[in-house]
Design a protein around this ligand. Structure first.
Ligand code: HEC
Length: 255
């Protein structure tokens, strides 16, 4: 029993420290709640559409196949071929639905263009977490000192351009200082200076859809895993009843 308690305490301590590491990755910037929900299938479908249109040119999803996404997102093969597959195979033909979601971005040259190569985003939903992705996509602001004219409060000096600026519009960072000297605290906020084609609420939804999609891609099995859990618990409950009667049967002659 002692051993069991010790292992439970150890597991709890390990998960708390893992959570701390995850929040440390976000730096000191406060992240916004993405309200991620990977069971919202229409949001995942929209997220997939935005992803292939706005992100896939730079970021591959090397561990995902179009066909797996089609099954999980309840899309027909035909819908996938028409709406999601814009990449081509070595023969110049559109990729078939069974292919991995690779792109033609050259790692070597893209590092020269952007300062850093655009990473594969298959696992970003797990390494950064949904709140980080959501906040990051909303945190681009104009900064003339940067090569691409934009910076990001969540990922300072990022090499990525603000690819969704036409939807969100352009933001500026305004900072005010409270107090003076060593104790001064700086408060910064992002203000929209040039509106995009969408309202703030509509843009938030686009970013939430993308976040949901990337969270799903990071661990597709999660969609079904929770469902299995319920069956396993039901089975254990049923098995406990059976075991109880079996025990009674075995011990009947002894007592
Ligand atoms: C023009 C190329 C380009 C496009 C298009 C693009 N990105 Fe990026 N992205 C980059 C580059 C380059 C980086 C690496 C930045 C760095 O390390 O400084 C990056 C980094 C990221 C990161 C951080 C990854 C990490 O963990 O460090 C995320 C998340 C991301 N992009 C999401 C997106 C999403 C979502 C889209 C589509 C809406 C998108 N990107 C479109 C170039 C691009």
């Amino acid at each position: 029993m002692k051993k069991f308690i010790a292992s439970v305490v150890f597991a709890l301590a390990a998960s708390v420290s893992a959570m701390n590491t995850a929040s440390a990755a976000g730096g000191h910037v406060e992240l916004q709640d993405a309200q991620a929900d990977i069971h919202n299938t229409s949001s995942l479908q929209r997220g997939a559409k935005y992803y292939v249109n706005y992100c896939m040119g730079c970021h591959s999803l090397n561990y995902s196949r179009y066909s797996r996404i089609a099954t999980d997102l309840e899309l027909t093969q035909d819908q996938v071929v028409k709406n999601l597959i814009f990449t081509r195979n070595a023969d110049g033909e559109p990729e078939n639905p069974g292919a991995l979601m690779k792109n033609a971005m050259s790692q070597k040259h893209s590092a020269e263009w952007f300062g850093a190569p655009p990473p594969d985003l298959s696992l970003v939903g797990r390494s950064r977490g949904p709140d980080w992705i959501y906040s990051y996509m909303k945190a681009f602001y104009l900064d003339p000192t940067r090569p691409l004219g934009v910076n990001n409060t969540v990922f300072p000096n990022v090499g990525m351009p603000h690819v969704l600026w036409e939807l969100q519009g352009l933001q500026e960072k305004h900072c005010t200082k409270d107090g003076d000297g060593e104790h001064a605290v700086e408060h910064c906020e992002l203000k929209l200076v040039k509106p995009g084609s969408m309202s703030a609420i509509e843009y938030d939804q686009v970013v939430r859809d993308l976040t949901n999609f990337l969270t799903y891609v990071g661990e597709p099995a999660k969609l079904h895993r929770h469902g299995y859990g319920i069956f396993v618990l039901l089975f254990l409950a049923l098995f406990a009843v059976l075991a109880y009667f079996l025990k009674k049967e075995y011990w009947r002659d002894v007592h």
